[in-house]
Design a binder for this molecule. Sequence first.
Ligand code: MYR
Length: 185
Amino acid sequence: MAPVAPKSGDAIFASVDRVNAELFTLTYGAIVRQLLTDLEEVEEVNKQLDQMGYNIGVRLVDEFLAKSNVSRCVDFRETAEVIAKVGFKMFLGVTASVSNWDAEGTTCSIILEDNPLVDFVELPDTCQGLYYCNILSGVIRGALEMVSMKTEVTWLRDMLRGDDVFELQVKLLKQVPEEYPYKDD
Ligand code: MYR
């Protein structure tokens, strides 16, 4: 029998990371499958995933701000870059890019070429209206609401629907000025 070569520390962490990522992907798949069974209507599943994501986003933003050390962004353009480059990396292990800005700088697309949520996923014909990754749009909406930005987040392209990338359009609807809690005398 061939001897089993011991793994280096880095190799062990790499394989643990991969197992964790696979577990995460499969767990998310199981959640979506359960929602499809329970709610029956694909539209209802889309709503539920978005709501779950929103609830996660409102909590996750604190962890994001604490761990990332990013300071307050000067504008929405910077915020979008931070989400794509730092947020996606931190929580999904991949980076995204930002493009398709409108002239006002209030609407853009976050483009995701690699999305661990959809590894091993193929949608059956009965699920064609499903936005499988709708949890992500909810997360972004929830997180941004916690830093005073009301947004609308919409899927424009989806690899599970045959597109070449995932494209999330993020539209800033309203920026609520934050009230400084202390008065300057
Ligand atoms: C600011 O504009 O002042 C900084 C706010 C940054 C908010 C970042 C929210 C992180 C969202 C992470 C999304 C991860 C999706 C997987």
